[in-house]
Design a protein around this ligand. Structure first.
Ligand code: OOG
Ligand code: MG
Length: 255
């Protein structure tokens, strides 16, 4: 077995069994190409178990997230149907290693979107937009990783929750938002935190996924990235995002 397959198996098993692993490239020596190969091979294992690909997630698209995690390259990961959590329902805490949550905006596409596209071209491919939450759960001990490691670990993706879909004609360039835990505001931000305009995150997603030979498809979801630092979640909590004009989305955490 190659090292790529070994690391893919290690990370897939860790995600599947909610166990943590030690960092395997703490100096960040692995090439980003190899890191994405590991990610691809680990998602392939999920797909072989029957999970359907439903889109992509973008990471480190806001300064808040770059600063929190100490990394500054935009990254992406693959979403499967198994990661989607129905809005308003409860997640089982034991499914996770050390989960965090962050407020995002989600797109769903009506057309495929491939390669180098402009903002208006990206917008023309959007069927709808929605307030969303991402649950990130790094498989690495203490949630610490280098850039190749987090890429290999599917950009820490673990779950996502999407609120009601809205008309993309709403101007979503700069919508105020809060992340709330048990009704208390824990983070305040704006969609403008995402590369200045969330559409830029979609443009980056179209380019990066086409480069990987998996262009964005009609019907796919694109999570644009955390607009604020992520917060730890604990059993018993109710977590929600409130977004100006778009409304809210939330989930409960079961013990
Ligand atoms: C990596 C994933 C980053 C985002 O929205 O910026 C991410 C992490 O922070 O563990 O999902
Ligand atoms: Mg995220």
């Amino acid at each position: 077995m190659s090292a790529i397959t070994d690391y893919a198996t290690l990370l897939d098993d860790a995600a599947r069994h909610a166990t943590e692993v030690a960092q395997f490239d703490p100096e960040g020596r692995l090439s980003l190409g190899d890191a994405y190969e590991i990610q691809s091979a680990s998602i392939k294992r999920r797909v072989e178990r029957g999970e359907r690909r439903v889109g992509v997630k973008m990471g480190f698209t806001s300064r808040a997230k770059m600063v929190q995690m100490g990394l500054s390259d935009v990254i992406w990961g693959r979403l499967t149907a198994g990661m989607q959590i129905e809005e308003g329902t409860a997640i089982d805490f034991s499914r996770f290693v050390h989960p965090r949550v962050e407020p995002e905006i989600a797109f769903v596409l009506k057309h495929s979107l491939e390669g180098d596209v402009t903002g208006p071209q990206a917008l023309a491919a959007v069927e709808a937009i929605a307030p969303a939450l991402e649950i990130i759960d790094s498989r690495y001990k203490d949630f610490k990783f280098t850039l190749p490691e987090v890429i290999a670990d599917n950009a820490s993706s673990s779950g996502f929750v999407i609120g009601a879909w809205r008309d993309p004609k709403i101007d979503f360039a700069n919508l105020g938002l809060t992340l709330n835990i048990d009704g208390r505001v824990v983070q305040v931000g704006s969609t403008a935190a995402l590369l200045g305009h969330p559409l830029r995150s979609l443009v980056a997603g179209a380019r990066l996924s086409a480069q990987a030979g998996e262009p964005l498809q009609a019907g796919w979801i694109v999570m644009a990235g955390g607009a604020t630092p992520a917060e730890w979640i604990k059993p018993g909590q109710y977590v929600s995002v409130d977004m100006e004009q778009l409304g809210s989305a939330g989930f409960h955490v079961k013990g």
